[in-house]
Design a protein. Structure first.
Length: 254
């Protein structure tokens, strides 16, 4: 049924599932992409998840071949550009590796979506998390930056750290202030997107109203930077009690 629905709406885009398709041997991935395009000629975009570490292991020629074959967009979880925080969350990559991998992907001609995680460092790391993440993004200049704020999930090490009192989650205004630091420091020409329910939301009579536009295309930087900063200031002028907490939004988004 899923395939039938996909074909019904045109069958133009494909997302290669699992966490890191790029880890496949390049000839095997090329063969899979060619098979997809031969079997479904209307396909005009093929997207996949990838990791910075994996992208660095591919040669520039391999990435360019994958792009030429049809792999047109990669989604990479950066989370943060702060080395200390990257170590704390066991990301397995450094800020410099994020930068070199991102630049390599962009140079190969693929579109790049970089995911960041506001609130990841709690109150302790909020400033350096925002500033260093902006620094990494400025060095890469990805096509899209997608905000996915931290919401500790039960059974994860970070949730256990929160329960032990080792991590102080940001308040709604704290999260908005961290985003303000990030936005203020960005010099990219990326689209900054808040297309997820975990981004700041205000209570209303019918549920929650997002502070930011949650459209997939987001805000075009730098053209809409001042507009975005004005929205942030409006959010900070709104009483904090009007915002849903991270815990409440996390439950809503499950």
């Amino acid at each position: 049924m899923t395939v039938l629905n996909w074909l019904y709406v045109g069958g133009h885009t494909v997302f290669l599932q699992d966490a890191d398709t790029l880890i496949m041997r390049t000839p095997d991935l090329v063969e899979a992409i060619k098979y997809l395009k031969k079997t479904f000629p209307p396909i005009n975009r093929i997207t996949s998840y990838a990791r910075s570490k994996t992208a660095l292991k591919k040669s520039s020629n391999e990435l360019e071949l994958l792009k030429k074959t049809g792999l047109s967009r990669l989604h990479v979880g950066l989370e943060t550009g702060d080395d200390e925080l990257l170590k704390r969350v066991h990301k397995g990559v450094t800020a410099d590796e994020h930068i070199r991998a991102g630049r390599k992907i962009v140079k190969a001609g693929m579109e790049l979506s970089g995911y960041i995680m506001p609130g990841l460092g709690g109150k302790e790391f909020t400033k350096q998390h925002a500033e260093n993440t902006a620094m990494v993004l400025n060095e890469i200049n990805p096509d899209f930056i997608r905000s996915r704020p931290l919401a500790p999930r039960q059974g994860t090490p970070i949730a256990e750290a929160y329960q032990r009192g080792e991590l102080s989650l940001l308040s709604p205004h704290g999260l908005i202030k961290e985003i303000r630091i990030l936005v203020g420091a960005l010099t990219v020409s990326s689209r900054l997107c808040f297309d997820h329910a975990l981004n700041p939301c205000m209570r209303s009579g019918v549920g929650y109203v997002p502070l930011f536009d949650q459209g997939y295309e987001g805000y075009q930087m730098p053209d809409e930077k001042e507009r975005l900063l004005a929205i942030i200031e409006k959010g900070l002028r709104t009483d904090e009690s009007e915002f849903a907490t991270v815990e409440a939004i996390a439950k809503m988004s499950l």
